[in-house]
Write a protein that binds this ligand. Sequence first.
Ligand SMILES: [Zn+2]
Length: 432
Amino acid sequence: MNETKPRAARIDRDWKVLCQDIGVRLAGTDGEEWAARYIHDEFEKTGCENCHMETFPCRSRRKTEVHVEADLGKGWQEVESAAVTGSSSTGGTVEGEVVWLEMPEHAPLLEPDSLSDRIAIIFGALPEVVEHHVRLVKSRPLAVVHVDHRLPFDWAKNDGTYPLWVKKHGFPPTVTVPFRDAWSWRMTDRMRLRVQMEMEMLEGESQNVVAEIPGSDPDRGVMLIGAHHDSQAGNVGADDNASGVVAILELARMLQARDFRRTIRLVSFGTEEQLSVGSARYVTDHRDELEHIDLMINFDSIASPLGHHQLFCSGGEDLANYTVDLLRGNGLHVQLKREAVPFADHFPFTVYEVPSLWFFRENFPGGRWQHHSVHDNLDNVSTSVLMDVVSAVCGLVEDAAMRGDLPFVCGLDPSIREKTLLFAKTLYELPE
Ligand SMILES: [Zn+2]
C-alpha cells in the first residue's frame, strides 16, 4: 500500500525516541550509537533494502568542566558558561584582566605573546579565516571567552571550532558566556575574569546508517537523501537535527512499494557537529560511486514553528528552477539560496561535484535563535511544519526517481564551485 501522506503520530514517536528516550547524542557516545541503531531498525521495518551501518573513528567529547567567574569590583560572581569543543584545557583556574576583541576587525592587533597574561573576550565570530586563528593562538591568551553577536540572549550556547585548524595550530581554552552578561561587563572599565575549562577528547566510534529503496533501472543514477543524527553538547537537538532524521525516516516509509527507475539511498550521518565528519568519511569511502549520484538532498534544522524555508542549491539554474517549481506545486514555498555553505552534510558531496539541495528553516537573521542551546528541544519544533517539508520533498523525489533522464545537468553552478574548492581546502583538506 502506498503511503502518500506523512503521519503525525509516527513523526512524533521518532522525535520522542531521539530527544526524550535517548536525549543528547554527542559524537562517539552511547547516545549517538543508540540513535544510529534506532534509525537502522526503523529503516529495516519500513522495508528498505541493504540496511547497514558504516562505522568510523571520531573524536568524542567527555568529562567537561567549565567555570567562569567575573569580578567587576564587587567580588567574584559565577557566570553561566559552556565549553567550546576542540579547544584546549586551562589545567586549573586561570585569572587575569580582560582584553576586548571585536572580531574580525581587531585580529590585526594580535601579536605573538601579546595576551599571555590576559583573558580575551571575543565579540563577534570565532576566527573564520586561518590567519586570524593562527594570530589568536600565537597571542597566547590565558583563555578566550566567546560572545556570539548573533545570539543576544541570557544563555551560553554550545559550540565547536574547526577540527582541522585545531589539529594543525592548536586552540586556546575557549568558553562561551551569555550575551547579556558580556553586555553589562562592557560597562565597567576594570574587570577581572577567572576561567576554568577542562575537557577530555577521547577516541570514539561513530556511525553512518545507510538504507536503500532500489530502482528498477540499474543504469540510472542514485538519489541520496541525508540528515545527521548527532547533536551538540548540552541539548537534545530537536531541530538540529532530529528534525532531519525524522524527515528521512518518514520519507523512507512514504517512498516504499513504488515503481521507481532510480535507486533512492537514505543516509543518516554521524559526527556532523564536528564539521561534517560522517559525510566527509562517506564521500571518501565511496569515491568511485559518487559519479552515479545524481543529487544529494540534505535536511538539517527544518522544523522551527516560525521561519522561512530556505533551499541552498549548489547545482545549476536548471536544478534550482525544477526544484522550486515542483516544491511549489506540492505546497512548499522556499527562499532559494545560491551559496556554497560548508557547515552541513551536503558540503563534502559538493566538493566532488554532486549537486545538492540543503533544506533549512531560518527563524532569526542568519540562523536560528535556539541554535546549540537548551532551547533546541521538543517544545520548540513543529510537527505540521515538518510534515509540509516531507510531503513536498516526497513529491520532488517521486518525480525525479520515476524519470529516465533528469531535467537538469548534474554538476555545480560555476559561481559556487570556486568558493566550494576554497572551503574544501581550508576547512576539510578535501579532496584527499
Ligand atoms: Zn545540524
